[in-house]
Design a protein around this ligand. Structure first.
Ligand code: KG4
Ligand code: ZN
Length: 334
C-alpha cells in the first residue's frame, strides 16, 4: 500500500492530491483569478501565483487526506507540457520535498494524466476502463483521439493540425466579449439557445485529424457581416450563437471520434480534458454509447479541468512499475 502526493502546476491551476494506491484521499485546486481581467493566462502572473499557492495547497491536501508527510511513499509531479514558469514551481517544489523526505520522484506527462483520470477510484464499486479503449482528449491546448492498449502504451490516432478545441471555444467567447475562460460561459449560455440557429462550416480534413482555426475564422467573418447591419446582433442572439458554435465544434469532434472508434472496434470509450466538462459533449458521447453499445466514461467535473488527482493516479501506475525520476530532470514545455 502506497501513499502518493501529486502536484500539478502546468498552467493556471495550482493543485495537490493524495492517493492511497488508486484511491483518492484529497484533491485541492487553487484556481487563479488574476488572469480574468486579461482575457487569457499571463505566464508571468501564473508562475507568481503558483509560488504563492503551492505550500498552502500541499498542506491542505495532506490535512484533507488525514496523513502526515512522513507517511508519503513517493511524489508525482507534472513535468510537462505547459508553461515553463508554471511548471518550474511544481517541479522544484516536488524535487525539494522528495529530497527532504528521502522518497522517490515520479514524473508525469500532463496529457497522459488527463487520459488516466478514469482510473481514479472514488468509491469501492467503481470499475475502471478495460483495455483497449479510446479516449477523446480535449483541452485548452490539445485535441487528440487516443487508443490505449495499456496505461502507458498509447497510440495517437488523430489530432488537431492547428488550434485545440478548447482554444477555439475560448476564442469564440472572446470575439463575443463573454469573458475568460470562455468554455464554461458558452456552455451555460448555450442552454437557452437553438443549436441549429446558425451554421458554421467545418473543414474537410482527411483521416482522424482535426482543424479548428477555420471554424474560428468562419465564426469571426459571420459576426463581422452581421454587426455591420446590426451593432446589437451579438447581444440579441447571444444564446443562439453560443448554442450554434458549441454544436458546430462538438458535432465535429464526435463525428470523427465515432468513425475512429468504429474503425478500431473498441467497446469502451472516454472523454477527458477541460472541454470534457461541456454538457453538450457529455450528452453527445453518452448518446453514441447507447447507439453502439459502448461503455462510456465521462470524468466527474473535478477531474475534467486541471487537477492533481489525475497526476496522482498516473503516478501510482508508474510507482507499481518502479519508474522513478532523476532529481536533475528539467520540465518540458511541449
Ligand atoms: O484541461 P484544461 O483545464 O487545461 C488544459 O490542459 O488546457 O482545459 C481548459 C479548457 C479551456 O479551453 C476551457 O474553456 C475549457 O477547457 N472548458 C470548457 C468547459 N469547461 C472548461 N469548454 C467547454 N465547456 C465547458 N463546460
Ligand atoms: Zn489540462
Amino acid at each position: 500500500m502506497a501513499y502518493i502526493l501529486s502536484i500539478e502546476s502546468s498552467c493556471d491551476d495550482t493543485s495537490a492530491a493524495v492517493l492511497n494506491d488508486d484511491r483518492l484521499l484529497s484533491n485541492v485546486i487553487a484556481s487563479q483569478k488574476v488572469h480574468e481581467q486579461y482575457g487569457g493566462v499571463v505566464p508571468e502572473l501564473a508562475s507568481r501565483a503558483h509560488q504563492h499557492n503551492i505550500v498552502p495547497v500541499v498542506d491542505k491536501a495532506l490535512k484533507d487526506a488525514g496523513i502526515d508527510k512522513r507517511q508519503l511513499d513517493a511524489i508525482a509531479f507534472t513535468r510537462g507540457p505547459g508553461l515553463l514558469g508554471s511548471l518550474l514551481v511544481g517541479v522544484s517544489f516536488a524535487k525539494s520535498f522528495a529530497q527532504a523526505l528521502d522518497i522517490p520522484l515520479i514524473e508525469i506527462n500532463h496529457l497522459q494524466a488527463h487520459v488516466l483520470s478514469h482510473f481514479i477510484r472514488t468509491n469501492d464499486d467503481y470499475v475502471p476502463p478495460q483495455f483497449p479503449f479510446m479516449c477523446l482528449l480535449v483541452s485548452g491546448g490539445h485535441t487528440q483521439i487516443i487508443l490505449l492498449h495499456s496505461h502507458f502504451d498509447i497510440e495517437i490516432i488523430g489530432q488537431t493540425i492547428d488550434d485545440a478545441a478548447g482554444e477555439a471555444i475560448d476564442k469564440a467567447a472572446k470575439i463575443m466579449d463573454l469573458g475568460y475562460p470562455g468554455g464554461p460561459i458558452i456552455d451555460r449560455l448555450a442552454r437557452d439557445g437553438n443549436p441549429n440557429a446558425f451554421q458554421f462550416a467545418t473543414p474537410n480534413i482527411a483521416g482522424f485529424d482535426y482543424s479548428f482555426s477555420g471554424i474560428k475564422t468562419s465564426f469571426l467573418y459571420f459576426l463581422r457581416d452581421k454587426l455591420v447591419v446590426d451593432p446589437d446582433f451579438i447581444e440579441k442572439n447571444k444564446a443562439d450563437l453560443c448554442a450554434s458554435i458549441q454544436e458546430c465544434i462538438v458535432s465535429f469532434l464526435l463525428k470523427k471520434f465515432e468513425k475512429a472508434a468504429l474503425k478500431y472496434r473498441v467497446r469502451q470509450v472516454a472523454i477527458a480534458g477541460g472541454v470534457s466538462a461541456n454538457s453538450r459533449l457529455r450528452s453527445g458521447i453518452a448518446a453514441l454509447g447507447e447507439k453502439h453499445h459502448w461503455r462510456v466514461f465521462t470524468p466527474t467535473l473535478q477531474f475534467c479541468t486541471d487537477n492533481a488527482a489525475m497526476v496522482g493516479i498516473a503516478g501510482y501506475f508508474k510507482y507499481l512499475k518502479g519508474e522513478f525520476a532523476d532529481i536533475s530532470l528539467p520540465p518540458y514545455t511541449r
